[in-house]
Design a protein around this ligand. Structure first.
Ligand code: FAD
Length: 323
């Protein structure tokens, strides 16, 4: 079985998810007695490409045509499909990131492949069938899917598979797929960064707050805690609806789904619609003044008390520990 992994970069630097998916693929390759080929699209220096070898890629394909420096769903799907054909890959793995969520179904349709998106564990094989556990219904449930099609696409949830170092010596080859004009019929004129903060869907630590914070004037304590932890900030829906925080921070059923290693929920009740977006977090810490708050039922650690008093103390304690 040949395995192809598509790895994402931002401005020439690989995202953490790139190393996660290479590592995920390498674990499968070890079991199946095969190798991992990684595909990078856009302008990435060879030194950066070589980092993929440290996680088990033994061949790196780079596609660095100028038109592909910006992410264009149709064009990227066409490139990945072309690489899958040239490598005769039966299993294509990518991250279930924002762009991966758009790419994976398009790619699967192009390849007439079976798709498991939102994978949270390594798959198991039964003959040529592949079975994988995944999140479903906005993370409110888990499903186990079996892919019986010859070609298979897996989109792996960010933060669900830790990158494991597995040194391979890799070759770098340039692939120059021919692209249809129809695949390039979107031209990205300009990209304006909304924020320089850590990207919420891929953050390893998320500090999130709700209506218990009383108002936007109290958010400095959330920002400070996030800063010392190197975390992204998030919020509940009513908080963004009220304009206390931007909608880009709203997590839950109708917002962003996160699966960080650590989710700290501060002054959030834990309504089912909020939990839908955070329940696959590895460790959940809840700070709430109401000991009956539903969030405590899914918490790994809980602190009952006033967030406005506890959060600054927590920040100071972490700062003191780091000093
Ligand atoms: P509240 O429910 O008001 O809870 C505030 C919490 O703060 C309470 O538990 C309280 O005990 C605690 N508190 C108060 N003061 C303090 C203090 N000083 N210190 C510590 N704790 C304190 N919600 C989402 O978040 N995301 C979604 O995607 C989402 N989608 C929805 C979709 C639908 C169709 C519907 C109907 C609802 C949706 N909601 C969503 C809303 C959801 O049902 C809840 O209303 C919402 O999550 C509650 O937000 P909250 O916990 O911030 O506020």
């Amino acid at each position: 079985m040949a395995i192809l992994v598509y790895v994402e970069n931002i401005e020439g630097k690989f995202k953490k998810s790139a190393f996660e998916v290479v590592s995920y693929a390498k674990a499968i390759a070890n079991e199946q007695g095969t190798d991992v080929t990684a595909l990078s699209i856009g302008n990435v220096a060879d030194e950066e490409l070589n980092k993929l070898a440290g996680f088990g890629a033994s061949k790196i394909l780079k596609v660095d045509q100028d038109q592909l420096n910006q992410f264009i769903n149709k064009a990227y799907a066409a490139v990945i499909a072309a690489a899958a054909a040239s490598e005769q890959a039966d299993l294509i793995i990518l991250s279930n990131s924002f762009s991966g969520k758009g790419l994976a179904p398009r790619l699967a349709a192009k390849l007439e492949a079976g798709l498991a998106d939102g994978a949270m564990e390594l798959p198991t094989f039964s003959g040529s069938d592949l079975q994988v556990k995944k999140t479903a219904f906005s993370n409110k449930a888990f499903a186990t899917e079996v892919i019986t099609a010859t070609k298979k696409v897996i989109a792996v949830n960010p933060n669900s598979h830790e990158p494991v170092r597995d040194e391979a010596s890799a070759t770098i080859e340039t692939l120059t797929p021919s692209l249809d004009a129809a695949d390039l019929n979107i031209v990205i004129k300009d990209i304006v960064r909304a924020t320089d903060k850590i990207s919420l869907p891929e953050a390893e630590i998320v500090v999130s707050a709700g209506r218990g914070l009383k108002g936007p004037e109290n958010w400095a304590i959330i920002e400070e805690l996030a800063e010392v932890l190197g975390a992204a900030t998030a919020c509940s829906k009513p908080v963004s609806d009220a304009g206390w925080r931007p909608h880009s921070e709203h997590v839950g059923q109708t917002g962003i789904v996160v699966s960080p290693n650590l989710y700290i929920a501060i002054g959030i009740s834990g309504a089912i619609q909020h939990l839908a977006g955070v329940s696959s977090s590895k460790t959940i810490v809840v700070i709430n003044k109401d000991p009956e708050a539903p969030f405590f039922k899914v918490a790994d650690y809980g602190i009952v008390g006033d967030a406005l008093e506890i959060v600054p103390k927590l920040t100071a304690a972490i700062q003191a520990h780091k000093a």
